[in-house]
Design a protein around this ligand. Sequence first.
Ligand code: G3I
Length: 369
Amino acid sequence: MKSSCEGDRLSCPTGQLNLSPPVSRRLVLASGLALAACGREPALGQPIAEPPLKSLANFPIGTCVRAPELADPAYADLAARHFSQLTAEWEMKMEYVVQPDGSFRFDRADAIAAFARQHGMRLFGHALLWYANEPEGFLKLDETRQSFEGAVRNYVTAMVSRYRGLAAGWDVVNEPVMENGEGLRESLWSRKLGQTGQFKVAFEAAKAADPAAVLFINDYHLESRPPKLRTYMRLIEQLLKAGVPLGGIGCQTHSWSELPAGSITATLKALAGFGLPIHLSEMDVSTVQGGLLANRTEAERRQARLYAEAIEAFAALPERQQFAFTVWGMRDKDSWLKRENALDTPLLFDDLGRPKPAFAAVTNALRRS
Ligand code: G3I
């Protein structure tokens, strides 16, 4: 790990970070093409598109995006038309940002931020510390030159300060609870900083870098695994008691069509009990997990019902706790779940970007709320 400070890198004492790395010409062109396409009017004779989701909601409606896809006019159009907040699906995570030599690359995060700024959208930062990202830059850190804690503080400071004023909030620690809910996950971060220390270091550095940003923890399967929800809520209590600047609670809501009705509602109510802003942060509804693959119509009916339930439950929260409702992708073909099963149709728009029954269920639920 180099100890010099020519640019953004883990070993740079905070404040000497060079926050203006070269952005690739290709990406600038791609972003420009994406932006130019957004002004495109629907061709004569084309059906009038559905009302924008964000025009029906009293709270921010978000989606995750990937930078290269923003050069696709259809993708850019859909994002700009329906959503008021963007989350980078993976390009603001360490796995993309932190290079093996400890330097940082922000090109794609900057492109997503530029698109959000261009369209008056909020950005949501995802995710600073995550058990699933243990990049070489940290694993090979020369701790005789830079403490591990110092490198984490530098990284969090570089990320959060770069998008200060645009990022409304951050997932500071992502998915801290074990799959079975029996405790907190072990990770590079917990091993090096301590279970509580990882939260303290990351949240304090993020707070210092952007005092206005809402700082979240975020986890999944809280609706279907009671032990996981209990451990998550115990962790929240502990962090608040310890004075960690936790400002919001993320509930990812990755679901499937057979999730029992009422599970999402009960989970949001339980989490809302802390009085903090809630981010329903990554909703999708698989139509193939479980056993309904054979009955596509029934799976899509239940999918629509679950999306409607989630909107109604979120809209029933006190307004000050409605941080954002985010779906994890726009068109079925964009979904990460397609990698698990190509037959899955988890999102609100089909592969061609046409609204599905789930979209109609969401718009009806928004109108009722
Ligand atoms: O686009 C590149 C491609 O050019 C390259 O050839 C390939 C080689 O690995 O990588 C491709 O990027 C992949 C990226 O998804 C875009 O498809 C990354 O490797 C892959 O790691 C990344 O996976 C993402 C995953 O998080 C890990 O970051 C998924 O898209 C994303 O949907 C998923 O999202 C997570 C949330 O962050 C946390 N909650 C669960 C959720 C689903 O797992």
